[in-house]
Design a protein around this ligand. Structure first.
Ligand SMILES: [Fe+2]
Ligand SMILES: [Fe+2]
Length: 223
């Protein structure tokens, strides 16, 4: 992996969380074949993932892809195109969930959810990895740090304010301890002090006491 040093490296963390959640969703969907009681949990998780993904892509379309397009003409199109295919998978999963709720043939409906979720993961994972390996290194190499910060700020504005707490908790839960530190350092650099303070409160809520102790030892300004 190419090392990305500037503020645009903030994108690596939501991408990592997306990959972790796609794996979680695929595993959970496979349990539906034997556990009908997991359907509600799966539905809540896939619905959150869909909302998160749409805001994430809205932000990329507003800022990340246009910045890459200005540097390399034609580069953004394939990434924009991927979005439509991903949304079709999300729709197919929602349809399979509805079928699972009403179908008399539950094993067949559950199998459809599991297969479509595996297909979503197989498609969306390389999309995020290509962004990490192609778009972010280009922007890091060719955009000065303040411009990178503007791209991140414009992308973040696509998340509805009411979703920010849930989104930050979702991300933090899915990152490793070193990734949490890296992510929080980027937030501290770019976010207003009160936003950073609110986020530190949410971090404390979702990590274990031992993890919190370790994080505050490495980043004393979290306290
Ligand atoms: Fe994307
Ligand atoms: Fe992305």
């Amino acid at each position: 992996m190419v090392e990305i040093k500037g503020p645009i490296s903030g994108y690596l963390y939501p991408h990592k969380a997306i990959l972790v959640e796609l794996e979680n969703l695929e595993k959970l969907s496979a349990t539906l074949l034997t556990r009908n009681d997991a359907l509600k949990e799966f539905e809540e998780k896939i619905n959150f993932m869909k909302l998160f993904f749409i805001a994430h892509e809205d932000g990329e379309e507003a800022a990340l892809y246009p910045a890459a397009e200005r540097l390399r003409k034609g580069l953004s199109k394939p990434f924009e195109w991927d979005r439509h295919i991903s949304e079709q998978y999300f729709q197919a999963i929602s349809a399979a969930i509805a079928e699972c709720k009403t179908s008399k043939n539950l094993p067949a409906a559950a199998l459809k959810i599991a297969q479509t979720t595996a297909a979503l993961r197989a498609f969306l994972e390389p999309h995020e990895v290509k962004e990490d390996e192609i778009l972010l290194p280009l922007l890091d190499a060719e955009l000065p740090p303040p411009e990178q910060g503007k791209v991140i700020g414009a992308a973040m504005s696509k998340f509805p304010p009411s979703s920010v707490e849930d989104v930050e908790k979702f991300l933090i839960k899915r990152l490793s301890q070193p990734e949490r530190v890296g992510f929080l350092k980027i937030i501290k650099q770019g976010a207003p002090a009160e936003t950073f303070k609110a986020i530190t409160g949410w971090v404390k809520e979702v990590v274990s006491p031992a993890e919190w102790k370790e994080l505050t030892a490495q980043m004393p300004d979290l306290k």
